[in-house]
Every structure is written in structure tokens, then in C-alpha cells.
Design a protein around this ligand. Structure first.
Ligand code: SAH
Length: 398
């Protein structure tokens, strides 16, 4: 087992020792590698072994650590990691839940790899040139996990371009996929469209927020904005909401949402559930023209408006406009669950946007809860870059 050696500048080992998984280009003293994705041995300026990582010669994130040990990276390596991560993650899942994020990439020590499990199906995504070389090992190790009967790849993500990789079509590596995949969450039967849905088919990261909605939606009239497959709407109904309007621009997402409602025994007529295919901004502006509404709960979980640093300013404006429009609809006692999944926008930044939005709408509010990504989407203390989701539950006071 011999790999090219990369020596770090003095002091650059400290973040790694605290658990940060990256070495930036400016931290490197000496390197002799050209191949994107090559495995390298990382050593401190004193010569101490720090771990093995994958190297990218032109990315500012030059090395991503794979292991702190000198070991073989083979199918067994991935299998053992998956087994360990699964037992770590299962400890924090609610009962009757078998949809979870098995691997949250760099924060879980497997850089560039996402794995979501939906019941008996594992769906993975590769983001980096390093992980790209391990595709077959990953697929094989996943297929060996107990209970897994199919392995799907969804490497159709923009992020791959930054590593010089192309966007791939969805692929089934093991087993068969026959339509949306059922899985359980806190006793509800949900569906993930693993081949055609967004991301890996479902937004597992909002699980704790769905619990919160279930706890707080009783007797309320709810707008579930950017509903995707209506999972927040389903949680609200389960919590006793008297009416739920789900709004999304994707017809196929809403169709699957309808399926999920029926699957859970919801009669769409009597339960006053509606699904609206619309642009949320237009929907809110039109609603704003009508006199006072009786909406008492708004859930607003938009896509990431800030995808790069370059569009952060435009994204701030979009969050401000959106949240202002929502605040305008709510009266005294109304609840507002609002999220941002833009990693570039920190929690303090998001709260300050919400403060300004409330001011523009002439509403006061108190913070009832602040949530982040569910615990299976690991947040490593030393790696703030891995935290992206912020969800705030507010109560409006006039
Ligand atoms: N809240 C969802 C996830 C939302 S993902 C859940 O918990 O499952 C973002 C969703 O916003 C996607 O379904 C996308 O189709 C939708 N979307 C994006 N821009 C939109 C717009 N301007 N108006 C309405 N829906 C939009």
C-alpha cells in the first residue's frame, strides 16, 4: 500500500485533527500528483501521518480525507463504514422510520458521497472526482447491506461540474425499481420517486420539522408552500389541521403527493386537502390582493435560492420578498414555519432577513423553535461548511 505523499504547511494539520475533512490549496507545502481523484497520503510538516484522502489538482478544496488510517480502500472499507454509519444513525431515528440519510458526504467521512435509504432501496450520489473512482465498490457494498434489495445512482447534480465531471442519467445498479419506492416515517407511508424525483427522490432533511408541524397544526388552516410531494401537508393533517393547501410548480410532484395522501387513507374531499400547481410568488401576490384571509399556518420551504456566492445578494432579496409576502397573510396567533436550505446563508443572516421581512409586513413575531437538518444529516463540530438547513417556527403577534 503506497500512495503519493502530500506534505502540509505548518499548522495546517490542526483543523484535520479536530475532524475537518478538507485541505485547501493554500495549506499544501509540497505535492507531486496530477491525476484528479488520486488517493494520497497526507502528512504534517513534521512528517506525521494524518490520513488518506482524494486529491484534485485544480479545486481549491485540494484534498478530502477518506480515512485517518493507512488502509486499503476496497469494498470491505465501504461496507464497514456503511454498517457503522447505519447503527449510528438508527439511534436517532423516530420509531417506525426506515427512510434516512446513511451517508452525508464529507461530514460522515466519505467525501463526495451521499446515500439515502428508502426502506429496501439505497440511492447514492457522487459529487467528486475522488469518489467517482469508487462507484462500483460503493454499489457493491450497498447491495451487501442487510435488507437492501436495489441500488440506484442519482449523479445528475450540477455540483459535479466543479470537479470536471459530467452529469449522468439516473441508473439502477442492482435489483429493479418499479415506480415510487415506499418507506415509513413515524408510522406514515411515504413514497420517494428515486428515478425521476428531485435530489434522491425525497427531502429527508426536514424530518424534525415535519414532527414539529404535526405537533402544532391542530385545527389550523395551512398553506404548504413549495410542497414538493406534500410531506409537510401530510404531517399537518396527521396533526389535526382542518384544511391544507399544497402549492408547487411541479405537476409530477403534486401527483405523487396525491398518491401519498391516498396511501395514508386521506379522503381528499372530506379532509379539505387541495393541490395547486402554481408559482408561489404569484400565488402569494394574488392572495395579497384579496381581503384578509383566515390562514393560520404557513409552511414555506423553498429550493436553495443561493447556489453560489455570486448569487447570494439576489438570493437574499428573494428570501426577503417571499417571507414578507408570507408575513402579510398571517394574523395574531398565526404560525409561520420558514426555511432556507442555502448553505451559503448562515442562521444569523436568515434571522436578520426574517426580521426585515416582518418589519416590511408590519408584523411582530416570536421565535418558538429553531431547527436544522435532521440528525442523520450529520453536522460535524469542526466542519461548519456541512450545515445548510435552517428552519424557524414563528408566531405572529400584531
Ligand atoms: N417542502 C418540500 C421540499 C421543497 S423542494 C418537502 O418537504 O418535501 C422545493 C420545491 O419547490 C420543489 O418541489 C420545486 O418544484 C418547487 N418550486 C421551485 N420554485 C418554485 C416556485 N417559484 N413556485 C412554486 N414551486 C416552486
Amino acid at each position: 500500500m503506497s500512495y503519493p505523499v502530500v506534505v502540509l504547511k505548518a499548522g495546517r494539520e490542526i483543523p484535520l485533527l479536530a475532524g475537518h475533512p478538507w485541505v485547501f490549496s493554500r495549506g499544501i507545502e509540497q505535492a507531486e500528483i496530477t491525476q484528479p481523484g488520486a488517493i494520497v497520503e497526507v502528512r504534517s510538516w513534521k512528517g506525521d501521518f494524518l490520513g488518506l484522502g482524494t486529491y484534485h489538482p485544480s479545486n481549491t478544496i485540494r484534498i478530502r480525507l477518506l480515512t485517518r488510517n493507512l488502509e486499503l480502500i476496497d469494498t470491505e472499507f465501504f461496507f464497514e463504514r456503511f454498517i457503522r454509519l447505519r447503527s449510528e444513525k438508527e439511534r436517532f431515528l423516530p420509531p417506525h422510520t426506515d427512510g434516512f440519510r446513511l451517508v452525508h458526504a464529507d461530514a460522515d467521512g466519505l467525501p463526495g458521497l451521499i446515500v439515502d435509504v428508502y426502506g429496501e432501496v439505497a440511492v447514492f450520489q457522487i459529487h467528486t472526482a475522488g469518489m467517482e473512482l469508487f462507484r462500483e465498490l460503493v454499489a457493491e457494498a450497498l447491495s451487501r447491506l442487510p435488507k437492501i434489495r436495489a441500488v440506484v445512482e442519482r449523479s445528475d447534480v450540477e455540483a459535479r461540474k466543479a470537479e470536471g465531471l459530467s452529469i449522468l442519467n439516473p441508473a439502477v445498479h442492482r435489483g429493479n425499481i418499479d415506480g415510487p419506492v415506499p418507506f415509513q416515517e413515524a408510522g406514515l407511508t411515504l413514497l420517494s420517486d428515486v428515478l425521476e424525483g428531485q435530489k434522491t427522490g425525497f427531502f429527508l432533511d426536514q424530518r424534525e420539522a415535519r414532527d414539529l408541524v404535526r405537533e402544532t397544526a391542530c385545527n389550523r388552516k395551512v398553506w404548504n408552500l413549495f410542497s414538493y410531494t406534500c410531506s409537510f401537508g401530510m404531517a399537518a393533517l396527521k396533526g389535526g389541521a382542518c384544511e391544507v393547501v399544497n402549492v408547487d410548480s411541479s405537476r409530477s410532484a403534486l401527483e405523487l403527493g396525491e398518491h401519498i395522501f391516498r396511501q395514508n387513507g386521506v379522503d381528499l374531499q372530506t379532509r379539505k386537502v387541495s393541490l395547486k400547481e402554481a408559482d408561489v410568488f404569484t400565488f402569494l401576490e394574488e392572495a395579497g390582493r384579496e381581503p384578509k384571509t383566515d390562514i393560520s399556518y404557513i409552511i414555506c420551504d423553498p429550493p436553495a435560492f443561493a447556489k453560489t456566492r455570486a448569487n447570494l445578494e439576489a438570493a437574499r432579496k428573494a428570501y426577503l420578498r417571499l417571507n414578507t409576502l408570507c408575513f402579510r397573510q398571517l394574523q395574531q396567533g398565526g404560525l409561520f414555519l420558514t426555511s432556507s436550505c442555502s448553505g451559503m446563508l448562515g442562521l444569523e443572516d436568515f434571522l436578520s432577513i426574517l426580521r426585515i421581512a416582518a418589519g416590511h409586513a408590519g408584523k411582530q413575531a416570536r421565535i418558538l423553535r429553531i431547527l436544522g437538518q435532521a440528525a442523520d444529516h450529520t453536522r460535524n463540530l469542526a466542519f461548519p461548511e456541512g450545515s445548510y438547513l435552517k428552519t424557524v417556527l414563528l408566531e405572529v403577534r400584531e
